[in-house]
Design a protein around this ligand. Structure first.
Ligand SMILES: [Zn+2]
Length: 89
């Protein structure tokens, strides 16, 4: 009977035997990924290097200026399609 099992028995009201049988323990091998992978299209700001959201294209297919919201930049900038890439959050 470990301290953890005793604590769980206290908390759940189950008998220590049940807790031991169920085999509660601390998992050390669980790989917890906080968020599902959510890739997004971004383009790097040429001034600060920060990845900013890809703004898409205008109705006529011409690129729209990307916007860097970094307070130090706060600019719109031109970019080429080759600069756009997928960023995994
Ligand atoms: Zn910037």
């Amino acid at each position: 009977m470990t301290q953890l099992q005793r604590a769980i028995a206290d908390r759940t009201g189950e008998s220590p035997r049940t807790i031991r049988r169920l085999g509660f323990g601390i998992h050390t091998d669980v790989n917890i990924s906080p968020e599902p992978d959510d890739p997004r299209l971004v383009v790097d700001c040429p001034f600060c290097g920060r990845a900013v959201p890809y703004p898409g294209r205008a109705g006529d297919g011409s690129p729209i200026l990307a916007e860097c919201v970094n307070p130090r930049c706060d600019v719109y900038f031109d970019f080429v399609a080759a600069d756009v890439y997928l960023q995994h959050s």
